[in-house]
Design a protein around this ligand. Structure first.
Ligand SMILES: Cc1ncc(COP(=O)(O)O)c(C=O)c1O
Length: 505
């Protein structure tokens, strides 16, 4: 690496304009090469339907690694160059391309530093990939309950105070894992948290799945690397503009060796990592550095415009910077429009469905009380106006039929949502539960038993219960309520959720 310094400003825009991997890939695909290697579609020669739908130029750059095009498992050519530019863009010491999403980034990050039995401090509202990384590694979770907003029915972030308290109560913790931001855009005071963790030799690993755009516009929250975290897994494909599944693992730590981290990544990365995905990171990175400020300021303005308009629609309310008054929230990403629809008397799941079915509007997610609309570098004013108009029509039609609708919803929810504040009882480690002898029992018979599987609504993919935790009536009631509201439930063995897998007695 060329003397990369964490504190460097973006070195020079002209360097960051370059896309070495993308460029080499195009040059390679333009050469008249007789290919006797994989993939078997041999550029654009074998599968016409793919040429037709994907376009020949895409098929021609879907190639395999070679000494000329470098290899992501041991980069020393164009991939190395592209990763170095990525590291500079994110102010990291090193950056690694990840082709199976931040899911794989989180697995690699945690597996590289957590050994069997190591204590890991983490909020309960983590994505399932973090829980699965504990199954792989044998780490033992010590949950910190994130702050919770009863009104919105969503978890916020961790307060500095509760992190400090948990560190004092668990002196043998090795790692703190946390989110920057949460799915809904809430960020903690990461810089202060990193400081108190490092004073105790605790590593800070960050899930930045929803924060790929942070370093490129100063009105967005600070990024994990800027705050001094040791590692961060970033979904460049979510808000950074790369192709779906393209992520990065960023490293900025004296305590973790880059080459050792690469070995762990290689255990999880395909030996045929997609050049389409990797080159899309190269292009997205260049776009973010050179044009990100303009595009992100436009996105932020659009989000603020949408907020002002949506707040005038009866029954709806956008919650963004208002979160700043709450404990555990120090920064908010306002490009995430969390639209609270409780006032309509129907759930966010229902509004999500109506938007798609009746108005051809696709939002990121619906939950009990809210829908989440992401405004990004690709969002147009026309799209925003379509969203506003559709919500306004939904508000009017729902208001007409209010008496017949789920008026009990709010009552049901306020009774049930409180379970989200209960810190789970971890009876055994996720790994021991996952590898234990299991049996299936009906939901009602499962109370008091140790759960052996993950159950969640997707999105957001946050486990409601995970392996090793004790099943309680409140958790079951919450699962039933989600089912009744047609939440898309996933990861459990019994898709009808009549039975649940528990650890055999
Ligand atoms: C908070 C959080 N972390 C991690 C992930 C996993 O990211 P990816 O889809 O890039 O694998 C997601 C996915 O939605 C997420 O919401």
């Amino acid at each position: 690496m060329k003397g990369i310094n964490v504190n460097l400003q973006f070195e020079s825009i002209s360097q960051q304009e370059q896309t070495p991997l993308l460029q080499s890939l195009i040059e390679y695909s333009n050469r008249d090469i007789a290919c006797f290697d994989v993939p078997g579609h041999v550029r654009n020669q074998g599968v016409e339907i793919l040429n037709y739908f994907f376009g020949e130029s895409v098929m021609r750059i879907d190639i395999n690694s070679s000494p000329y095009m470098d290899n992501v498992s041991n980069p020393c050519g164009v991939i190395k160059e592209a990763q170095e530019l990525l590291a500079k863009a994110y102010k990291a010491d090193r950056a690694f391309f990840i082709t199976n999403g931040t899911t794989q980034g989180i697995h690699a990050m945690m597996l590289s530093v957590i050994n069997e039995g190591d204590k890991v401090l983490l909020p309960r509202n983590v994505h399932k990939s973090a829980i699965n990384a504990l199954i792989f590694s044998g780490g033992v979770p010590v949950y910190i309950q994130p702050e919770y907003d009863d009104d919105l029915g969503i978890s916020l972030n961790l307060s500095v105070e509760c992190v400090r308290k948990s560190l004092e109560e668990n002196e043998d913790v090795k790692v703190l894992f946390l989110l920057n931001p949460t799915y809904y855009g809430a960020c903690t005071d990461l810089k202060e948290i990193v400081k108190i963790c490092h004073e105790r030799n605790v590593l800070v690993l960050v899930d930045e799945a929803h924060g790929a755009h942070f370093p490129f516009y100063d009105k967005l929250p600070p990024s994990a690397m800027e705050c001094g975290a040791d590692m961060s897994a970033v979904s460049i494909h979510k808000t950074g503009g790369a192709l779906t599944q393209a992520s990065a693992l960023l490293l900025n730590s004296k305590n973790i060796e880059g080459d050792k981290l690469l070995q762990t990544i290689n255990m999880l990365q395909s030996t045929s990592a997609s050049y389409l995905l990797m080159a899309s990171i190269d292009g997205a990175r260049s776009n973010l550095v050179t044009k990100g400020e303009v595009k992100l300021s436009k996105a932020l303005n659009l989000a603020r415009y949408a907020k002002a308009k949506i707040n005038k629609i009866p029954g709806m309310r956008v919650v963004s910077d208002e979160l700043l008054h709450k404990t555990g929230v120090y920064f908010v990403d306002e490009t995430k429009l969390c639209i609270n629809v409780k006032g309509l008397g129907i759930s966010g799941y229902k509004v999500y469905e109506l938007l798609y079915k009746d108005f051809s509007v696709q939002v990121e997610l619906g939950d009990m009380y809210n829908i989440l609309a992401l405004v990004s570098i690709g969002t147009t004013k026309e799209d925003i106006d379509k969203l506003i108009k559709s919500l306004s029509v939904i508000s009017k039609s729902e208001a007409l039929g209010h008496e017949n609708k789920d008026l009990n919803l709010s009552k049901d929810l306020s009774n049930n949502m409180s379970i989200r504040q209960i810190t789970p009882i971890v009876a055994i480690s996720p790994r021991n539960a996952f590898y234990s002898k299991k049996e299936e029992v009906t939901l009602d018979k499962s109370i008091g038993r140790i759960c052996a599987e993950c159950i969640m609504a997707y999105p957001p993919g946050i486990p409601i219960i995970s392996p090793g935790e004790v099943i309680t009536k409140e958790i079951l009631d919450y699962i039933k309520l989600l089912k009744q509201n047609n939440a898309y439930m996933t990861d459990m063995k019994d898709k009808d959720l009549k039975n649940i897998l528990v650890v055999k007695k």
